[in-house]
Design a protein around this ligand. Structure first.
Ligand code: CTP
Length: 428
């Protein structure tokens, strides 16, 4: 391929495959070469000859063709590209990707690639909204797959209308350009986004948490010393607030209990403002029951034993006052241990400066929660910053995500939680 940028285009079996011919032409106009794999089902809609004529090189179809293997091999095929694009991404291809099946050239290349993957779903609205497809899409979101569309509108089948139309070639082109530019936070125009933010295209986000009540804590707490002074920490509330927004976008009814922060309340969320750890605990208990509880707040561990009723004054020769501290209630541990109204899925955060995974495992056990989102706050600017590197720690697994904007962490986390078995339970 002579162009400096290239995509591996996997063409699935759907009526929208004809749009991909137009896409190949547009990509070429933009200096992006297409190497194409056509699935067996795809061959029912477009021919290898049409694809190869437009792409300017042969179209790959068969996993076991000796010529294909001698030419390049499926591993090299999947990696000698800048981006893998699946269009149309049928329900079948999406299911294969979500489960890691590799029984033909397309699915094998998808499993073997080390490049980013962008999919353009296309299917009947009922198939798109089926719980199985919802689960599979949530899994792909967790895996970091980019999604463009689908759009809403009339389907090829007579009388069918709804989300499921593949994105148009110009929308696909815009999405490919963004993905090639390395963007992880893709523009919502043209219905592109990570799942959880804009996967339903113009018809809205997928309702992965529809009917669920989600309770979230966020921000620092302020522990008063006297009427003008307090103990606090550097938490900005950005991560917790982003999670609340992502949960609301996923259709949940969200209650956010926020410590003092300088950022706006997220839209579509009921926000309760509190100051101290004790206020936060009372607000959380008052907000139960909930299906899922996410404790992202950086709660102060200690407060002064006795808040001074008036401002502490400097007195000549008396020296600095000695502040006696007492421990604050642990909100996460208290809620995890509840016999009544314990949310089915309780998630804690762990801010650590060293031995992040070990400390997170210990915290998981000590606090009795179901999952710990651990991050390294040792001099990385996580506290107050816009990006976060997290590890998802459960009793039997650790999953590490790349450094992502906090908004991305939030939408991925919501999709991850929605796919956990506890998310399907109601509160205990
Ligand atoms: N947490 C809480 N109430 C507290 C302290 C912490 O609900 N009084 C929650 C936080 O919201 C977070 C988790 O517990 O979900 C872990 O917080 P972190 O500050 O990392 O842990 P600590 O319990 O304070 O432990 P340590 O200071 O020893 O690391």
């Amino acid at each position: 391929m002579s162009a400096s940028r290239s995509v591996l285009l996997i063409i699935g079996g759907g009526i929208a495959a004809y749009k991909v011919l137009e896409l190949i032409r547009r990509l070429k106009d933009h200096g992006i070469a297409s190497r194409c794999i056509l699935t067996k089902a795809g061959e029912e809609f477009v021919t290898p000859l049409a694809v190869s004529s437009l792409a300017g090189e042969r179209c790959f179809t068969d996993l076991f063709s000796l010529t294909d293997e001698a030419d390049i091999g499926h591993i090299a095929l999947s990696r000698s590209t800048d981006l893998v694009v699946v269009a149309p991404a049928t329900a079948d291809l999406i299911a294969k990707m979500a489960t890691g099946l590799a029984n033909d050239l397309a699915s094998t290349a998808l499993l073997a690639t080390d490049k980013r993957i962008l999919i353009a779903p296309a299917m009947n609205p009922r198939m798109w909204e089926h719980p199985a497809t919802r689960r599979n899409m949530a899994q792909l979101e967790t895996d970091g797959v980019l999604v463009v569309g689908p759009n809403s509108g009339a389907m090829a089948e007579r009388g069918e209308n709804g989300p499921g139309r593949m994105a148009e070639p110009h929308e696909l082109l815009a999405a490919i350009e963004q993905a090639l530019a390395g963007e992880t936070r893709l523009s919502p125009v043209g219905a592109i986004g990570f799942l959880g933010r804009n996967p339903g295209g113009p018809s809205g986000a997928p309702k992965l948490l529809a009917g669920k009540r989600v309770l979230i804590t966020s921000g620092p707490t302020h522990e008063p010393i006297d009427p003008v002074r307090y103990i606090a920490n550097r938490s900005s509330g950005k991560q917790g607030h982003a999670i609340a927004a992502a949960a609301a976008a996923a259709g949940a009814s969200v209650i956010l209990v926020s410590g003092p922060v300088a950022i706006a309340d997220p839209e579509g969320v009921t926000t309760i403002h509190v100051e101290s750890a004790r206020d936060m605990l009372a607000a959380v208990e008052g907000a139960l029951p909930a299906d899922i509880a996410i404790f992202a707040a950086a709660v102060a561990d200690w407060r002064v034993a006795e808040e001074a009723p008036g401002k502490l004054k400097k007195r000549a020769g008396a020296g600095a006052p000695a502040l006696a501290l007492v421990e604050n209630p642990d909100i996460l541990a208290t809620i995890s241990a509840r016999e009544i109204d314990r949310p089915a899925l309780v998630v804690g955060f762990a801010a650590e400066t060293d031995h992040v995974i070990d400390h997170a495992r210990a915290k998981l056990a000590k606090k009795g929660c179901d999952l710990i989102v651990a991050n390294d706050v040792g001099g990385t600017g996580v506290m107050g910053g816009d990006a976060n590197t997290v590890h998802l720690v459960t009793s039997d697994n650790v999953e590490t995500w790349p450094t992502l904007p906090k908004g991305e962490v939030a939408s991925r986390l919501i999709a991850h939680l929605a796919a956990m078995p506890q998310a399907s339970e109601t509160e205990r």
